[in-house]
Every structure is written in structure tokens, then in C-alpha cells.
Write a protein that binds this ligand. Structure first.
Ligand code: ADP
Length: 366
């Protein structure tokens, strides 16, 4: 917007008011300082981000702002500002409040001429923006990519090794049994990958709020029997017994068949994965307004502290017996998302080295 040269004092006053209302309407904090870093002008957003409610005009910038870097070391903001020759930006500093809490900042420092009748006076304009949310999303995304790529690498390497092995045996000895064995192992890994990709795609749809709930009549008896049949081979392969104990007296349940099934499948997969001997039982019982499903195992169990964290994204126990199994720490996180969609309630009872029961109360949806 072209502006008139400021000659008459009324115009100057008007211009100043315009500028003040302009910077006050900005969401970013703007602070103008003189050459000695005394605050000359600032806007309302600056008071908000600095969390002060009295005037800061005339104060030294270092008295109102404490910045720390990625390694929690104080940032010598005064020296940095005085060394700034052209506009510079930074996204790695944090603003620290007197109580020790911090916010991530986007900071821009620009050397400027501060006119306002004091011809030639120069200083700097500092712009601050709270980017805590963006930063935590960025960190989450980086962690996500690193966990997922790490978890993909192992099964792909095993499958590739086994397929290469099968080719080699075919060429050299033609031993059918050994070829079959190698291909079966490769097949297992591919199945694991496909399960993981399913989890990831459910998760991404859940996070974008794209999952819809289709309420159907669920025959709990049939559902439990079906899941029991589906997982018996996996349980038997580990020498475990799988008991499906459906209750015939249960009435039809009104909820999302797809999600209830996925939640139970996650519980059962984990129960088999984290149990070395004994059994896994799937059962259901009536409770007012719905049905409670229990998946009980005689497995490695969870410590009290671990129990609190099982539904966290990417969380996996440090227990070496957990780490012997592939996993992403996403299964129960996805389960929790689905649970909320169908207004269900989850409960975990567990004792280390004794076993766990993962329960879910599924209410009838209208
Ligand atoms: P994943 O199995 O891929 O690691 P989950 O989100 O399904 O991820 O589970 C998170 C963690 O919770 C597991 O890594 C394991 O440490 C713990 N956990 C889940 N189910 C059981 C269980 N039935 N018994 C013992 N630990 C369990």
C-alpha cells in the first residue's frame, strides 16, 4: 500500500495509529528494539507470548525473553541480534517461562531503521510465533517414519533371504521339503507385513476422522466362534491352547461388527504373541446395555508401570520377551481409537509372569 510522505504532524499521528492497529491485529508477536536492545514498540501478541501483563517499553529484551536451544543451553540472544546484518530466522529455539515450562518458537530477526521522527535511529524487529504444535507434529512424523521403516526392514530382509534360499535349493538339490520350509517362512513375513499395513491404513483413516461406524446386529456367539477358529492354527503353532467360550444366552449386540472384530483380533493376536506357554481364552458376558468381551492369556504379563502405557502410540515394553516378537506398538493404539468410535470401554488386568486379561465393554448403539 503506497503511503504519503509524513510531513504534517496530524498525518504523522494518523499514520502511527494505523501502524499500531496493524501490528496489534497480527497473530505473531512483534517487538521492535533499539540498537542497545531496549524495547521500543510491541504488540498485544507479544504480551501474550511473553506472558506478561504490564508495559515492557524501555526494558532490555534480555530481561523479558529467556531462550534456550535444542540442548537446553541458554541462547545469547543479545549477541545474536547485534550480529544480525540481514533478516534471519530460526525454528529451534524455545522460550522459557519463569516456572520452567517452554514453548517452541519461530523467530525472525530483522535489522531496520526505526524512524518516528528520530531520523537515522536504527534497531531490530523481532517476530515470534508459537510453533509448539507444528513441532510436536513434526517430531511425531519423524518418529513414525523411523519406527515404520525399521519395522518394515526386518520382515522384508527375512522374506527376501528365504526366497533367495528357496531358489538356491531348487537349483542345487531340488529338495522340495526345504524349498517349502523356506517359502513358508517368507509367507509368514509377508502376512506380518500385510497386517502391519492394515494397521497403518486404519490408523491413518482414524486420524483423519474418516472412519464411519456402521451399526449392525452382531451375533456374539458366532463372532467368538469365528475368531476362535481363525486363530487356532497360530496358537497351536506355539503349543498354546485357544479356548473360545461363547455364551449362547447372549442376545444380539448392536454395534460395528467390523470394529468389534478388529479390536478382538488385536487382543487375541497379542495374547498369542506374548504368551509362551499355557492358553488363551476368548469369552463374552452380558452387562447392562451391552456385552463385555474378555481375552485372557497366561503369558508374560505387564508390570504396573507398563500397564499404564500399553495404549500409547509406538509404545512396546522393554521386556526382552516382547522384543523377541515383531511389532510396531501401533495395534493397541489403533484399538483405542476404534474403541472410542463405538463408545466402548477398555480394561486391562495384568500381572507380570502370570498373564493378562484385556476386556472391552461394547454398548448397544442405537
Ligand atoms: P505390538 O504388539 O505391535 O508391539 P501393540 O500396540 O499391540 O503393539 O502392543 C503394545 C505393547 O503392549 C506390546 O509391545 C507389549 O509390550 C504389550 N502387550 C500387549 N498385549 C500384551 C499381552 N497380552 N501380554 C503382555 N504384553 C502385552
Amino acid at each position: 500500500m503506497p503511503t504519503e510522505p509524513i510531513t504534517d504532524p496530524h498525518n504523522a499521528e494518523l499514520e502511527r495509529e494505523r501502524l499500531t492497529s496493524l501490528i496489534n491485529s497480527m497473530a505473531d508477536a512483534v517487538i521492535a528494539i533499539d540498537e542497545k536492545t531496549h524495547i521500543v514498540v510491541y504488540n498485544g501478541a507479544a504480551l501474550n507470548i511473553l506472558d506478561v501483563n504490564s508495559t515492557i517499553t524501555g526494558k532490555l529484551l534480555t530481561k523479558v525473553i529467556k531462550l534456550i536451544d535444542k540442548t537446553n543451553q541458554p541462547v545469547d540472544i543479545k549477541t545474536i541480534i547485534l550480529d544480525t546484518k540481514t533478516q534471519t530466522t530460526n525454528r529451534d529455539w524455545r522460550l522459557q517461562y519463569p516456572d520452567g515450562s517452554t514453548v517452541n518458537l519461530y523467530t525472525s530477526i530483522a535489522p531496520v531503521k526505526l524512524g518516528y521522527g528520530q531520523e537515522g535511529m536504527s534497531g531490530y524487529v523481532i517476530l515470534l510465533r508459537d510453533i509448539t504444535r507444528e513441532k510436536s507434529l513434526e517430531e511425531e512424523r519423524d518418529e513414525f517414519i523411523s519406527v515404520v521403516s525399521h519395522e518394515l526392514r526386518t520382515p522384508i530382509a527375512i522374506a527376501e533371504g528365504n526366497i533367495g534360499n528357496a531358489e538356491f535349493i531348487l537349483e542345487k538339490t531340488g529338495d522340495q521339503t526345504k524349498v517349502k520350509e523356506a517359502l513358508e517362512q517368507a509367507h509368514d513375513q509377508v502376512n506380518f507385513l500385510s497386517g502391519m499395513i492394515n494397521d497403518l491404513s486404519t490408523l491413518s483413516r482414524a486420524e483423519r476422522g474418516k472412519l464411519q461406524v456402521d451399526v449392525e446386529d452382531i451375533n456374539t456367539y458366532e463372532l467368538i466362534e469365528e475368531i476362535g477358529k481363525l486363530y487356532t492354527p497360530d496358537a497351536e503353532a506355539k503349543g498354546l491352547k485357544l479356548f473360545a467360550e461363547p455364551d449362547r444366552s447372549l442376545e444380539l449386540l448392536k454395534s460395528s461388527r467390523l470394529y468389534v472384530r478388529e479390536i478382538l483380533q488385536n487382543f487375541v493376536t497379542n495374547a498369542i504373541k506374548y504368551t509362551e506357554e499355557g492358553h488363551v481364552t476368548i469369552s463374552a458376558r452380558k452387562r447392562d446395555g451391552g456385552v463385555v468381551f474378555d481375552v485372557t492369556d497366561t503369558g508374560i504379563g505387564l508390570s504396573k508401570a507398563d500397564k499404564e502405557r500399553v495404549f500409547d502410540k509406538f509404545w512396546r515394553s522393554e521386556d526382552f520377551r516382547t522384543r523377541q516378537n515383531n511389532g510396531t506398538g501401533l495395534g493397541l493404539y489403533v484399538t483405542m481409537k476404534l474403541t472410542r468410535l463405538i463408545h466402548a470401554e477398555i480394561d486391562v488386568q495384568s500381572e507380570i509372569n502370570k498373564g493378562s486379561t484385556f476386556s472391552i465393554f461394547v454398548p448397544n448403539l442405537a
